[in-house]
Design a binder for this molecule. Structure first.
Ligand code: ADP
Ligand code: AIR
Ligand code: ASP
Length: 368
């Protein structure tokens, strides 16, 4: 104000318009910030919408290694063909996923969960999703029942892992392991890694849902790779992605209530979250089997192989062109398969199990 007393009229107008521009700019900046900021537990987080899917929105944050997944109230079936929604659904599913992923992490499974930042939002490690839906079936239901015309409810001899191509436009078709590998969607190593983890998750989920008096019929998982190539369980585990039936009555307690118009959808989702909240998360004993095959590197002499080949030729098997003699090992270890264990395994291999100068090792995993 003091300065204004000494300026002429035109300068005053100029100053006023600068002040107006400044305030307008600040105002729009405030609106912009308001739209894109979200107040999380640890202060404000800037969010930029990256993708909106059928059930969730993905936001980028200032941390390029993370995303925020916001769970929507929408409900779809048949790859989006049937649509519905109910209030609170997003909040329920975000919390269900949060609780289940915490339990899986407690049991050594690598997941994308960083923290639940509000009832409907989860901060996650950003991954590139492997475009495969990995389905595990314990009991015949859904598309398996229709595909092979087997009555729903039949218990399978062993849990079955099936792969589906994640492509809504094609209705997520079933894909064979070989096709997934040949199409470059996944490597043989990654497939054995993912299938092993997926079946360990089966044991963990059966235990958890068992406490809720529910049978785990089937479920779908998605995995992704971080910028550093680490494989994480991503996406969600909710009533949208599992089938669970009451152990006594067989009543369906999942999205099939919506898919098949069975009613009580919201009540079923709400009750599931309430029960899950009341459970004690415990550690479950799980073992991992690693099969190692150690072979001579390409171009390195394999004297034992040479001698064996010569002996076979002497015995009359002249058509034998080459013999490679490697060694196989099998390790049975406590705990679930995860990145930390794989890093340890590589160290065990280079320190003791093989001679990395002349030998190469392939790892394959299983649960038995
Ligand atoms: P859809 O894409 O099938 O409609 P959603 O509505 O659930 O499914 O959208 C969430 C999308 O986010 C999915 O495509 C899923 O593969 C992807 N996604 C899940 N977790 C992550 C993550 N951590 N990083 C990047 N993308 C993710
Ligand atoms: N699923 C598969 N695609 C999307 C989802 N949510 C889940 C279903 C079911 C399992 O995978 O929720 O638990 C097998 O589904 P289907 O339709 O192949 O029988
Ligand atoms: N997840 C798919 C969808 O949301 C398929 C299904 O659940 O039926 O449409």
């Amino acid at each position: 104000m003091f300065v204004l007393l000494f300026v002429d009229h035109s300068t005053l107008i100029r100053i006023n318009s600068f002040v107006a521009i400044y305030y307008n700019a600040r105002h729009s900046f405030f609106i912009w910030e308001h739209k894109t900021q979200f107040k999380g537990k640890k202060g404000r987080i800037k969010m930029e919408l990256l993708y909106e899917g059928k059930a969730k929105k993905i936001y980028l944050t200032e941390n390029e290694d993370e995303v925020i997944l916001e769970y929507k109230d929408s409900l779809t079936a048949g790859d989006g063909a049937k649509k519905g929604e109910f209030e609170e659904k997003g909040k329920i599913n975000a919390q269900v996923t949060g609780l289940i992923y915490e339990y899986l992490q407690l049991n050594g499974i690598d997941t994308h969960l960083v923290e639940q930042i509000s009832e409907d939002k989860i901060r996650c490690t950003k991954v590139e999703i492997i475009p495969l839906e990995i389905v595990v079936r314990n009991i015949v239901a859904g598309s398996f029942s229709r595909r092979y015309d087997i009555k729903e409810g039949k218990e399978l001899k062993e849990p079955l892992v099936e792969l589906f191509l994640k492509e809504d436009a094609l209705n997520d078709p079933l894909i064979t392991d070989d096709a997934a590998i040949i199409l470059g969607l996944i490597t043989e190593f990654e497939l054995s890694y993912l299938k092993t983890i997926t079946l360990q998750i089966n044991t963990l989920l059966k235990e958890l849902f068992g406490q809720m008096n529910l049978n785990l019929v089937d479920y779908k998982l998605e995995f992704g790779k971080t910028r550093n190539g680490k494989i994480l369980l991503a996406d969600e585990i909710t009533q949208d992605t599992v089938r669970v039936w009451d152990k006594e009555t067989g009543e369906k307690k999942d999205k099939d209530r919506f898919r098949r118009d069975l009613g009580n959808v919201k009540e079923t989702y709400e009750a599931f979250l309430e029960e899950l909240k009341g459970l004690k998360q415990s550690k479950v004993s799980i073992e991992t089997i690693t099969n190692l095959r150690v072979e001579q590197k390409e171009g390195i002499m394999d004297p034992v192989g040479e001698i064996t080949k010569k002996s076979l030729t002497r015995l009359g098997y002249t058509y034998v062109e080459e013999v490679e003699v490697g060694k196989t090992m099998s390790l049975r270890t406590k705990g679930t398969l995860n990145d930390q264990f794989y890093e340890d395994l590589k160290k065990m291999n280079s320190k003791l199990l093989s001679n990395p100068l002349v030998e190469k090792t392939t790892f394959r995993f299983s649960n038995k």
